[in-house]
Write a protein that binds this ligand. Structure first.
Ligand SMILES: Nc1ncnc2c1ncn2[C@@H]1O[C@H](COP(=O)(O)OP(=O)(O)OP(=O)(O)O)[C@@H](O)[C@H]1O
Ligand code: SF4
Ligand SMILES: [Mg+2]
Length: 365
């Protein structure tokens, strides 16, 4: 089997919440892989740790008391390294009874080392697109010049003429109409959907090995959302770029992802081929995934005016992580036989079919 492009092992990213004198376990033991030419979707409710997983990969957890441990192996053609290599020297975490009691951190040492690790990677080998593309673009520079700059910085096309032609090529690739005209437009001259296309063009223009797309369609009108998903779908087949796609929208994930990780309370609760994890006809489902799927407005449900199910209860406060299953307080599938286990023992990720893992006592004894 070929080596995955990205292999995250036991990633833990914690923040100190000063007002509560406690630590938020934003990401708590996440392991996942993105293979060459593969799109891996990460789905979960708000606060489940999706963006912090992405920020951890990008080396953007520098500020204040944010700390990371675990490993993130990146195996691109030009760079191969653990993106967290040596960071543990700058931080000490003390845990007791499943609670983080203290974190001491050499802030400036961490920051310098992290920047060194990411120097030739961020924006070059690993590019990222976000929600709210307009805010990510520089309002004072034309879109074309911003892409040209990225091309000159990150690729072999160093002359302005070459880089401009390459920028126009990428504007064509993201299906911006009249790319030569749009080259000279400022972000304020463009719609939200067009700004997102420009952001995608800019991300791809550095010819990265990995694209991280964090809620790339959130905040756009429904019709524009669908067009951006369509564009990402075309680019996936045309460029074959490996992608980590984050969204709380299951329909976006199911259109694009080859494999899916479902996150809840900072942990992956289900992980496997998209068809097995999100396929409606699949009998083995994690109760949380089943609840997420039940909340998706299908065309049939809209036609039948059927009530959409919402998931009862609040998302987990990861300051007080329970000893048992993290979803226990909201789970409607607990049976008398497993109640004790659900309440007291944290289930491990177990394989329920080839390549399909689940963290639930219902499916793994
Ligand atoms: N700088 C920070 N300090 C303290 N807690 C933080 C910090 N950044 C994020 N968190 C907490 O980490 C948890 C995970 O946040 P994250 O942004 O990854 O969620 P998400 O799954 O991306 O949610 P959404 O769908 O709303 O974007 C949340 O509980 C959030 O409040
Ligand atoms: S382990 Fe128990 S509480 Fe957790 S999801 Fe499975 S059935 Fe529900
Ligand atoms: Mg997020």
């Amino acid at each position: 089997m070929t080596q995955p492009l990205l292999k995250i092992e036991n990633l833990q990213t914690y923040f100190y919440a000063r007002s509560k004198h406690s630590f938020v376990r934003a990401v708590d033991g996440v392991s996942l892989e993105v293979g060459q030419r593969e799109t891996v979707g990460v789905v979960g409710e708000s606060g489940s740790g999706k963006s912090i997983t992405a920020m951890s990969i990008m080396g953007l957890i520098g500020a204040g008391p944010g700390v990371i441990s675990g490993s993130i192996h990146f195996a691109g053609t030009r760079v191969r390294q653990n993106l967290l290599d040596g960071l543990d020297k700058y931080v000490r975490i003390t845990e007791k009874n499943n609670r983080v009691m203290a974190v001491s951190k050499d802030e400036s040492g961490w920051q310098k080392h992290s920047e060194k690790l990411m120097k030739n990677l961020r924006g070059k080998e690993i590019a990222m697109i976000f929600q709210n593309p307009r805010a990510s673009l520089n309002p004072y520079i034309t879109v074309g010049e911003q892409i040209t700059e990225a091309v000159r910085l990150h690729t072999e096309n160093k002359s302005v003429k070459e880089a401009r032609e390459r920028a126009i090529y990428w504007l064509e690739q993201v299906k911006i109409d009249s790319p030569r005209l749009r080259f000279n437009a400022y972000p304020s001259d463009m719609s939200g959907g067009m700004c997102q296309r420009a952001m995608i063009a800019m991300a791809l223009s550095s010819e990265p090995a990995l694209l991280i797309a964090d809620e790339p369609t959130t905040g756009l009108d429904a019709t524009i959302q669908s067009k951006i998903v369509g564009l990402l779908e075309e680019l996936k087949y045309e460029t074959g770029i490996s992608t980590l796609l984050i969204s709380h929208d299951i329909s976006v994930i199911s259109r694009l992802a080859d494999r899916v990780a479902v996150m809840y309370g900072g942990a992956v609760v289900e992980y496997g081929p998209a068809k097995s994890v999100l396929g409606m006809g699949q009998p083995t489902k994690h109760p949380y995934t089943a609840a997420l799927l039940a909340s998706v407005p299908s065309e049939q449900k809209i036609r039948d005016k059927a009530n959409l199910q919402t998931i009862e209860g609040d998302v987990l406060d990861t300051i007080n992580v329970p000893a048992g299953c993290r979803f226990y307080a909201r789970c409607n599938r607990v049976t008398p036989e497993i109640r004790e286990k659900c309440a007291t023992l944290h289930p491990g990720l177990k394989e329920v079919s080839p390549g399909h893992q689940m963290r639930c006592w219902l499916h793994c004894s």
